[in-house]
Structure formats: C-alpha cells, structure tokens
Design a binder for this molecule. Structure first.
Ligand code: PBG
Length: 335
C-alpha cells in the first residue's frame, strides 16, 4: 500500500549526500579548546582520575602543545597543581611572576608563537582552604578582597604573555575589575573569557582530584565552607545565568561561558539567545570521565558518543567548546 503523504521527511535522509546537504550543525577543530594540567615536577604523570590525561612538566607541556598544534588544535587553557608548601589563605602564589603558570606561558610562547594560551583566574589551586577566593576569619569567601587578588593574578598571566584570561571564580564584579587592571597597564589586547554561568556542580570531582584543590575541612575554631555554593550557581537556575550574562557584558567580557556543558544545554541555549558575544561551554572532567568509563566498559562506542556529545553542545549554541577530548577529536577527524 502507498500512504497518501505529501510530507515524507525521510526523503531528506536518504543518502549521505543529501544528509550532508541538510546538516545544520558542524564541529570544527578551531572551535575546540584543550585544558591541560601541569606541575613543577620533571615527570609527566598520568592522571588516575582522568584516564588519558596527564599532569605535565613544563617541558612535557610544551611538547604536548606542539603535538596538538600539529593536529590542528591551537587553543589551550592551563591548570596548575601547586605544591602544598606554596598554598596560603590568601593564595599569593597566584601572582608570583616566577610561578608555574607564568613560566609555562613563556615556555609555550617561546616554542610555539601561534599557540593561543588561556589561563584560569581563580585562587583554588593556590588556596590552603581549597576555595576560589579568600576565606575570612568569619568563614565566608570574601568578595572584594578576592577580586583584588584576582586582578593581580590576571595581570601576572597577561604580563607573561597570556592571550586570554578566564576568571572561573564567580566573584561579583571581577570581570570589570580585571578589565580595568589590564587596561591601566596597556594590556588592552588581552581578552577576557568569563565563566559567566558556572554552576556548583558535582561533575568537577575528577578535576579537583587532579589538582588536589577541593575545599578543605576547617581546623578547630576556623570554619571553612565545605562547598562552593555561596559563589558558584545553583544547578536549579537558568534565569540567574542571564543576570550574570548582563553583568559580564556590561563589565567588558569578550566571551562568555557556561559550565558544565552536557547537563546545562538549556543554559547554553538561553545564553546564546541573549547575547551577541561568542559563547563557550566547558565539557568538564566528570563528563569526560563518564564517557571514558562507559567506553572502557565496552558498553558505549567512544568515538560515536564523544562526537555526539560535542555536536549536542554545538547545537545548543556554543561556538567554542573546552574539552579534554580535543586532540582525540583531531585524530578522529584526520582525513
Ligand atoms: C577552578 C576550576 C574548576 C574547574 C575549572 N576551573 C573547579 C572548581 O570550580 O571547583 C573544573 C573543570 C573540570 O571539572 O573539568 N576555579
């Protein structure tokens, strides 16, 4: 029998050629940013909590950046594991001009001029309390005192040659303060990728393990907040993301980000629809680990699900994606 159907959507799916012609979303390598971990050690240490990822020495990091450039991945964001001995309550190591991050930026730029280096601006790797900001004696993460340190940190990265600074701390007013601090020093070309809607997510677990940067428990009289929910956003909220977006735009952000990505695609979509700025999304460590674990068990086809997960983030409206799969995707897309 033949149904009387004027509309048969399957006609547009009948061959690879036609499917290619009607495909709405694509994933390009130049949309990917690769997060890299580093430490002051000479060894390159595989990360147990993030299979396939490494905590690099500076030398190993420079080589890895070179390998990625060869594959077509040219944007990197750096995350340091800092020695416990260098951590303090105010995180002053964050702006040491001879610290790990400025050293790494200079080394990368010396070897690979075209690598785009993005740095994370937040205090958690440097904080003995494991927070993105400075915990006061009253046990609160102080906003304005933290922003002051973040400005120093951003300046330190920019002076060392960072292309972009990415404040991930969620303090109020930090984008505007960092913009002003950079401009005052003539660093007007250094851009700001703001973590606009960063949620208090449990999907960051493997990352905090990799950097040993989870909030610490208080000792005796001192109270240290056990989580980041007084600054990172409540996973229940999406309108609030638009409020943060409006502020970041007004304060001079060049790009805005939603994090995590996969469980927050509606937020990516909402942010995309309310700004003309480029929108990024961060497929975080827990999302990576879930896909890796499922693939390792043999239950899911790694390549297929990774590409589908990234396409989903693109379709939701992200122009840039931070993902630990970046060089792997580049290998897969090789002609
Ligand atoms: C630190 C920071 C975190 C991540 C990126 N920057 C952790 C946190 O906020 O606790 C998480 C990234 C990931 O899980 O892949 N400000």
């Amino acid at each position: 029998m033949t149904l009387d159907l004027p509309q048969r959507p399957r006609r547009n799916r009948q061959s690879p050629a036609i499917r290619g012609a009607v495909r709405e979303t694509t994933l390009r390598l130049d949309q990917l940013v690769y997060p890299l971990f580093l430490h002051a050690d000479d060894a390159d240490t595989p990360l147990e909590s993030l299979p396939g990822q490494t905590r690099w020495s500076v030398r190993g990091l420079v080589d890895e950046v070179g390998r990625c450039l060869g594959l077509g991945v040219d944007k990197f964001v750096l995350f340091p594991k800092v020695d416990d001995a260098l951590k303090t309550r105010t995180g002053d190591e964050a702006f040491n001009p001879d610290g790990l991050i400025p050293d790494a930026i200079r080394a990368i730029k010396a070897a690979h001029r075209h690598a785009c280096v993005i740095t994370d601006v937040a205090l958690d790797p440097y904080s003995s309390d494991g927070h993105d900001g400075v915990v006061t004696d009253d046990g609160v993460v102080g906003n304005d005192a933290t922003v002051e340190v973040l400005c120093q940190q951003a300046l330190c990265h920019a002076r060392a040659g960072a292309d972009t600074v990415a404040p991930s701390d969620m303090m109020d007013g930090r984008v505007g303060a960092i913009r002003a601090a950079l401009d005052q020093e003539g660093l007007t070309d250094v851009s700001i990728l703001s973590y606009t809607a960063k949620y208090a997510s449990s999907f960051y677990g493997p990352f905090r393990g990799a950097l040993d940067s989870a909030p610490k428990s208080g000792d005796g009289d001192r109270v240290i907040p056990g989580d980041k929910s007084t600054y990172q956003m409540d996973p229940a909220n999406v309108r609030e993301a638009l409020r943060e977006l409006a502020l970041d735009e007004a304060e001079g952000a060049d790009m805005v980000m939603v994090k995590p990505a996969g469980p927050y695609l509606d937020v990516v979509r909402a942010v995309r629809e309310h700004t003309t700025l480029p929108v990024a999304a961060y497929q975080v460590s827990g999302e990576y680990l879930m896909l890796k674990a499922a693939a390792a068990s043999g239950w899911l086809d790694e390549r297929a699900v990774v590409m589908e997960s990234l396409l989903g983030v693109r379709r939701a409206g992200a122009g840039l994606i931070l993902t630990y799969f970046a060089p792997q995707v580049a290998e897969w897309l090789k002609p």
